[in-house]
Design a protein around this ligand. Structure first.
Ligand SMILES: [Zn+2]
Length: 236
């Protein structure tokens, strides 16, 4: 038997679709847009354009937690009160209600040959950073993942600070698609890194598409990856 879930609210429609309405009933400014995501590391963010982005698991949270979210995003609240509010909404276990597709980030043991691959990825990142971003992006660790089966790459961000932690590359991608495709993936993740480091929302929106074209990669999150005569869609 699985352990009982903590206090939560249940709904008949997809609960994340009610989040905006519930938050507004609790006092959210009516002009603030609410969107949800299932990113594993960023629980909540407010974009420069005044959009509130929340993990969709908060759709299951009781009003108490939603009120904490409202206190946290209210800049007029005293710092200590916002801190306490942050602790409160971060303690709600969103992943139990809306599990991510890939599960939490877990570090994998290095395998023989990994160090050479990681070295090549770091050098690739350095070169592309100079070529397309004027060298402004931070050096970032790479990790290889055998758990990523659909995604080719992923930028990991810290939940609180929104700082970039690492870029993960799928081992399967490395094995199957060759370095030209991997370079495309690295650039894609670097555009996300640029979004994160310039305090933009990390997504595949308009700014992403513009920047992607600028650095010469396909602007879509999905695109065909050719593999030994067959083509399949893959997510980055
Ligand atoms: Zn992406």
């Amino acid at each position: 038997m699985s352990p009982a879930l903590p206090e939560a609210t249940s709904f008949r429609v997809a609960p994340e679709r009610l989040l905006g309405t519930r938050l507004r009933q609790l006092g959210l400014a009516p002009d603030m847009n609410v969107t949800t995501h299932s990113n594993t590391t960023v629980m909540l963010s407010v974009t420069a354009r005044g959009q509130l982005r929340l993990h969709r698991g908060y759709g299951h949270a009781p009003d108490r937690v939603l009120r904490a979210i409202l206190r946290f995003i209210d800049a007029r609240q005293p710092r200590e009160r916002r801190r306490a509010a942050e602790r409160e909404f971060l303690s709600f276990p969103v992943h139990m209600y809306a599990p991510s597709r890939k599960g939490p980030v877990r570090l994998e043991r290095l395998r023989p040959g990994d160090e050479a691959v990681l070295q090549r990825l770091r050098e690739m990142h350095r070169g592309l950073n100079v070529q397309w971003f004027d060298g402004t992006l931070a050096d970032i660790p790479f990790r290889l993942s055998s758990r990523m089966r659909i995604s080719l790459g992923e930028l990991c961000l810290d939940a609180r600070s929104k700082e970039v932690i690492s870029i993960a590359i799928s081992r399967r991608h490395l094995r199957r698609h060759g370095w030209a495709e991997v370079e495309h993936t690295v650039l894609h993740e670097m555009v996300h890194q640029w979004q994160a480091e310039t305090a933009r929302p990390v997504d595949h929106g308009r700014e992403f598409r513009i920047k992607a074209r600028e650095v010469g990669i396909a602007p879509a999150a999905r695109r065909a990856v050719v593999k030994a005569g067959a083509a399949g869609a893959a997510r980055r």
